[in-house]
Unconditional design. Structure first.
Lengths: 114, 111
């Protein structure tokens, strides 16, 4: 196991609602990246946090926002949920902002928006 | 055009077969290249990095052609346990840990 945990494992919401997903990074890792993986597609980068600051963002609207806490755990918040937000949300933690070989993914949160 | 393109498959092969996957990327500034493996309903896991000189890890061989912006993965002597989706991944220069994934190629190895 990677030591990266995510909660909840599954979630069902309705359109317009808001959701918060959580990620605990591997001990000592200070960078967390979030990805969205729609069914049958590869993960898409949402954003990355490094030492509590956003450090890069993919092509996602502002209703996708995040936080990183002093213990380097992280939250992904999505407001005004849309049907297309249904996906597997993955977080990945790493030791620094430039070492993908040591980036480990959590098991993901499956979000279904009805 | 997607930044990283892969044939989605599925590739159905018998045990013991050799199978090759290809991937093309559009950003010539891409710096690092990887193959990830993703089992059904699981998270992606790093299979191997890909170097310009080519590299091998047991039954797996990865090649990179920067001129053609093309990456390949060869699996020899396929095992049932190799059945998974293989994701081609690139990272740009100064992109932190942002990884750009292809859509994945599904492999099914049959007895």
């Amino acid at each position: 196991e990677t030591g990266v945990t995510q909660s909840p494992t599954h979630l069902i919401k309705t359109r317009g609602q808001q959701v918060t997903l959580r990620c605990s990074s591997q001990s000592g890792h200070n960078t967390v990246s979030w990805y969205q993986q729609a069914l049958g597609q590869g993960p898409q980068f949402i954003f990355q946090y490094y030492r509590e600051e956003e450090n890069g963002r993919g092509n996602f609207p502002p209703r996708f926002s995040g936080l990183q806490f002093p213990n380097y755990s992280s939250e992904l918040n999505v407001n005004a949920l849309e049907l297309d937000d249904s996906a597997l949300y993955l977080c990945a933690s790493s030791l620094s902002s430039g070492s993908p070989e040591t980036q480990y993914f959590g098991p993901g949160t499956r979000l279904l928006v009805l | 055009r997607k930044e990283v393109e892969q044939d989605p498959g599925p590739f159905n092969v018998p045990e013991g077969a050799t199978v090759a996957f290809n991937c093309t990327y559009s950003n010539s500034a891409s710096q690092s290249f990887f193959w990830y493996r993703q089992d059904c309903r699981k998270e992606p896991k790093l299979l191997m990095s890909v170097y310009s000189s080519g590299n091998e890890d047991g039954r797996f061989t990865a090649q990179l052609n920067r001129a053609s912006q093309y990456i390949s993965l060869l699996i020899r002597d396929s095992k049932l346990s190799d059945s998974a989706t293989y994701l081609c991944v690139v990272k740009g220069r100064n992109a932190g840990n942002m990884l750009t994934f292809g859509g994945g190629t599904r492999l099914m190895v049959k007895p």
